[in-house]
Design a protein around this ligand. Structure first.
Ligand code: SF4
Ligand code: SF4
Length: 56
């Protein structure tokens, strides 16, 4: 299952810079992951300061 970003996101952008397939973009008040592009590497979860990305 792809990763998804919860409402805990503080929109810092750190995860988007780490994603190897550029699946993360800035959304409305938080960042969002394109589930069809995500390869489930977990880099975003390892980078996020608030633990917002999790495997859905
Ligand atoms: Fe990108 Fe990996 Fe996070 Fe998927 S799990 S959004 S591929 S950094
Ligand atoms: Fe949001 Fe975490 Fe990504 Fe920062 S690293 S934009 S807090 S999901």
């Amino acid at each position: 299952m792809a990763f998804a970003i919860s409402d805990e996101c503080i929109a810092c952008g750190a995860c988007a810079a780490e994603c190897p397939v550029s699946a993360i973009t800035e959304g409305d008040g938080k960042y969002v992951i394109d589930a069809d592009t995500c390869i489930e590497c977990g880099a975003c979860a390892g980078t996020c300061p608030v633990g917002a990305p999790a495997q859905a």
